[in-house]
Design a protein around this ligand. Structure first.
Ligand code: N01
Length: 542
């Protein structure tokens, strides 16, 4: 048996996080790194989610790396909100430009990550039976990378084709002339339904919870606007980093309840027409914290939906009433609601009449039988904690991460875990992560890990570990901040409630990226407050 390879750092994943981590640690710090990626190429989320209609909901000029000025100047987006193929092309371009692939082992899934108390090193097992050793682990395993397992009995007996939006085939799927059933109306469902409705002979949408979807406002890149943006990219990036969601929106007003109905309508109309996430994040500051303020936005959107859907019964089914606006992730759309005006589309309410089973020819609900040739599951992900818990991570004394997190995640800053030294989570649970612009959130976290490693090196130390106290305080703070918002009141993947048996805990830090960044900076400036740094032997390359 050959000796395990030893690295300074092992990086898990080659999506936005893994690509930047390889570049940062290898090219800028001179570390000996290796990345393991389950897919056959780079891309992460954008590699797996190649369903028709997959598109980014943040403007591409913002949803892109900021770490290299030449890169951001040279890349040109063809649309305001890029589709999945273009984002994947961009990530391949970045991988080429920085020669990332030579440090990545593709088609290699990490199956265990075990801390060795004696050597203070991590042992990483992969699905090809090998073990590799590293001082540091950077997990770029993603937040929405473990699709939820189908909850319906009978899926295996279905005689037609079955597709999962989160693990879509590389070959195009032809829906022309076919009867298609789609389960799920979250962000993925809404995007894929809009596309499938164009081709399918018959489309049956099984909706459990209607969503507050609002127009994305996509259009081909305006070259004048692009040139102007590129000229002041550093300023735009600063503004993004100082915004709750990581986008340079700056029109938010204090309270939806402090203005007249007419003024409120004007603000909502402007944000609706401008598109993107403006309606929820750039209209009124109290939308996410005050139910009455939220009700005004919710009612506005419900009315907009009803204006667009001709059949009043269908319109009523599509209008969300059981959760405040944006307490589930608000999807963005183009012509989604109009789909239900087509003769080939039927909406089935599976909250009123749950799916009992998938049959060989379709689905059976408590109300009746539905037949289709193709089943598309847009049923979501085991978000945030799922990717980490799927890797058999064992910390000091053999502690299993799944035991430590049996009542929900415990992290310090969403980047580190007490009892799991030298393990850095990129956009982990209890960080702003999915409620921040991901490429920027990722850059912040990779930089945080890189700085911590450099700090250890400078001080002749080699282990960094969050203290239990610091972690407990962060978990408490993160939960308290969440409780001050409307999010914990809704069932959503933010709260873990989409997965049966998953603890109901807010998985996202809701204090906003600017506050979060300030807290992280203070902790670093105070010599890594809340971390134990310990001395021992030096690591190999540094
Ligand atoms: O998953 P979801 P998603 N019976 O969990 C339904 C990101 N994203 O893949 O709400 C019947 O939101 C479920 O119903 P309910 C984005 O952050 C980004 O759509 O639980 N229905 C829901 O309708 C997003 O939020 C982009 O009642 C069942 C749907 O399936 C996140 O990924 C694009 C069911 C799942 O919705 C996840 O979105 C796409 C059951 N047993 C996604 N189980 C871009 O910005 C689940 N459902 C590009």
């Amino acid at each position: 048996m050959s000796q395990p390879q030893t690295y300074d750092a092992i990086i898990i994943g080659a999506g936005f996080a893994g690509i930047y981590a390889v570049h940062k640690l290898r090219d800028e710090m001179g570390l000996n790194v290796r990345a393991f990626e389950a897919g056959s190429n780079v891309g992460g989320t954008w590699f797996w989610n190649r369903y028709p209609g997959a598109r980014c909901d943040i403007e591409s000029v913002h949803y892109s790396y900021s770490f290299d000025e030449d890169l951001q100047q040279e890349w040109q987006w063809s649309e305001k909100f890029a589709g999945q193929p273009e984002i994947l092309k961009y990530l391949n371009h970045v991988a080429d430009r920085f020669d990332i692939r030579r440090s990545v082992e593709f088609n290699t899934r990490v199956t265990s990550v075990v801390w060795d108390d004696e050597s203070s090193l991590w042992q990483v097992g992969t699905d090809d039976g090998r073990t590799a050793i590293a001082r540091f682990i950077i997990s770029g395993a993603g937040n929405l990378s473990v699709p939820k397992k189908p909850e319906f009995s009978g899926v295996d007996d279905f005689a037609g084709e079955v597709y999962l939006t989160g693990n879509w085939p590389h070959e195009p799927v032809d829906f022309k002339g076919k009867r298609v059933g789609v389960i799920g109306t979250g962000a993925s469902g809404i995007q894929v339904i809009t596309e499938i409705a164009k081709d399918a002979a018959q489309l049956t949408v099984f909706q459990r919870t209607p969503n507050f979807a609002t127009p994305i406002g996509n259009h081909p890149t305006d070259l004048v606007e692009e040139a102007e943006q590129k000229e002041r990219y550093p300023e735009i990036r600063d503004a993004s980093r100082n915004h709750f969601l990581g986008v340079p929106y700056n029109q938010v007003q204090p309270s939806a309840l402090a203005v007249s109905e007419q003024e409120r309508r004007k603000v909502f109309d402007e944000r609706w027409n401008a598109g993107g996430f403006r309606l929820f994040i750039d209209s009124f500051q109290d939308i996410l914290v005050d139910k009455k303020a939220n009700d005004t936005a919710a009612e506005y959107i419900r009315n907009r939906i009803k204006e667009r859907v001709k059949d009043p019964v269908t319109a009523e089914k599509l209008a969300p009433k059981d959760h405040p606006y944006a307490t589930k992730r608000p999807p963005l759309e183009t012509n989604y609601y109009e789909v239900y005006n087509q003769d080939n589309v039927e909406l089935v309410d599976v909250k009123a009449h749950p799916i009992e089973r998938i049959t060989p020819t379709g689905a059976r609900t408590s109300e009746g039988e539905y037949e289709f040739d193709v089943l598309v599951l847009a049923t979501g992900f085991d978000a945030m904690t799922g990717p980490l818990l799927s890797m058999n991570i064992r910390g000091k004394g053999g502690q299993r991460l799944e035991d430590k997190w049996s009542d929900g995640p415990h992290t310090y800053l969403g980047t580190t875990i007490s009892g799991f030294p030298n393990l850095f989570l990129i956009t982990g649970p209890q960080s702003p992560s999915v409620l921040y612009n991901m490429p920027l959130a990722i850059e912040d976290h990779v930089d945080f890990a890189a700085d911590a490693i450099a700090h250890l090196h400078t001080h002749d130390l080699h282990v960094i570990e969050a203290t239990e106290d610091a972690e407990d305080n962060w978990v408490q703070h993160s939960n308290e901040v969440a409780e001050a918002t409307l999010l914990p009141g809704a069932n959503s993947w933010y709260m873990g409630t989409n997965i049966p048996g998953k603890p109901r805990k807010c998985l996202v830090y809701l204090g906003g990226a600017p506050t979060y960044r300030k807290i992280c900076q203070e902790i670093v400036d105070e010599g890594y407050r809340g971390f134990d740094l310990s001395a021992a032997r030096k690591f190999s390359v540094l």
